[in-house]
Design a protein around this ligand. Structure first.
Ligand code: UDP
Ligand code: MG
Length: 316
């Protein structure tokens, strides 16, 4: 069985962590090669996502010093998902299996062995799932777990507590390449591929150095992206809401007619103003959600490229 492994690592302003990350990944690959689990052509492929610091210089130097390191340089910052996709699509041309991993060493490097093992047992996709979030700050833990719950509630089915640490076989990646959507949410798309899958549990550590590139605002935007690119449930809910409000207004109308017939006059400014604002708000909210989907359609119809590669450094 051919067993060339590529580890794809998207990097955005990661100069602080790259020296350590590269050291650990190199050691991991060397050990797996010696054990005969992966071929000698295996590589660590760093994708520079338009960093503003010395990230690309570091990647280029690593590559020059040791051919085990490969680099892909994007023309500008396109975000984590697009950078990852650029790496996966480049790597799949040379690899039999590709593992995606963050640059900050939060994903336990030792889970790679179990992933490779499951691949050789015939799995096409292996999800890295975190066993606990003890090492996250309370705030990050609550927001991140809330993220998965809200996502599933709104119809974007994802693997609980799985981020983008996973192994995919070449044929699974070929399948992924057929998904042309611009609104990319890999965690939702990969489960749609099917194939035999497995999970590997690992403990997620703290960021090795530097700060998170996913602050709350970006995470909310990411959740919104996930929901609106995977499901149309919010639209159904709006219809339901509109129907309910309409039903309530009919009931109110009947009761007002009855009061009028009984000669009970109504004084109630406050209630009128409140309901006007409430209904107005709901209408705006609903238009907003519909608009969100129309925006997606607009972007999808243009079908612009999701990433553009400037340089590839790879010795085979
Ligand atoms: N990243 C990227 N482009 C971006 C933002 C982040 O390639 O625009 C990379 C980043 O370098 C890291 C990974 O995505 O390897 C995850 O980011 P981070 O660790 O900051 O997210 P967190 O773990 O805090 O959710
Ligand atoms: Mg991180």
């Amino acid at each position: 069985m051919s067993n060339t492994l590529y580890i794809v690592v998207p990097c955005y302003n990661e100069e602080q962590v790259l020296p350590e990350t590269s050291k650990q990944l190199e050691a991991k690959l060397n050990r797996l090669m010696e054990a005969g689990k992966i071929s000698k052509q295996s590589r660590v492929m760093f994708v520079n996502d338009g960093s503003k610091d010395k990230t690309w210089e570091i990647i280029a130097r690593l590559h020059a010093e040791n051919p085990i390191f490969a680099g892909v340089n994007l023309t500008r910052n396109r975000g984590h998902q697009n950078a990852l996709l650029a790496g996966l699509m480049t790597a799949k041309e040379y690899a039999d299996m590709v593992i995606s991993m963050d640059a900050d060493l939060q994903d336990d490097v030792d889970a790679v062995d179990a992933m490779v093992e499951k691949y050789s047992n015939g799995c096409d996709i292996v999800y890295g799932v975190r066993s606990s979030r003890k090492k996250d700050t309370f705030f990050k833990r609550v927001t991140a777990e809330g993220f998965y719950r809200v996502m599933n509630l709104w119809g974007a089915e994802t693997v609980f507590n799985h981020a983008d640490y996973r192994l995919m076989s070449k044929r699974a990646l070929d399948g992924l390449a057929e998904f042309k959507e611009v609104n990319l949410f890999l965690r939702g798309i990969v489960p749609m591929l099917g194939y035999t899958t497995a999970t590997v549990e690992y403990e997620r550590g703290e960021r090795f150095a530097g700060e998170s590139k996913y602050p709350l605002g970006k995470m909310l935007a990411f959740a919104m992206e996930g929901i609106t690119s995977l499901s149309t449930k919010p639209l159904k809910w709006i219809t339901l809401l509109g129907f309910l409000i309409f039903a309530v207004s009919i009931v109110l109308l009947i009761s007002f007619i009855a009061r009028w017939a009984l000669d009970m006059t109504v004084v109630g400014w406050a209630s009128v103003i409140c309901s006007v604002w409430a209904i107005g708000g709901l209408i705006l909210l609903s238009i907003g959600v519909v608009g969100e989907y129309i925006g997606k359609i607009y972007l999808e119809t243009k079908g612009r490229p999701r990433f553009q590669i400037q340089d590839v450094l790879l010795k085979r």
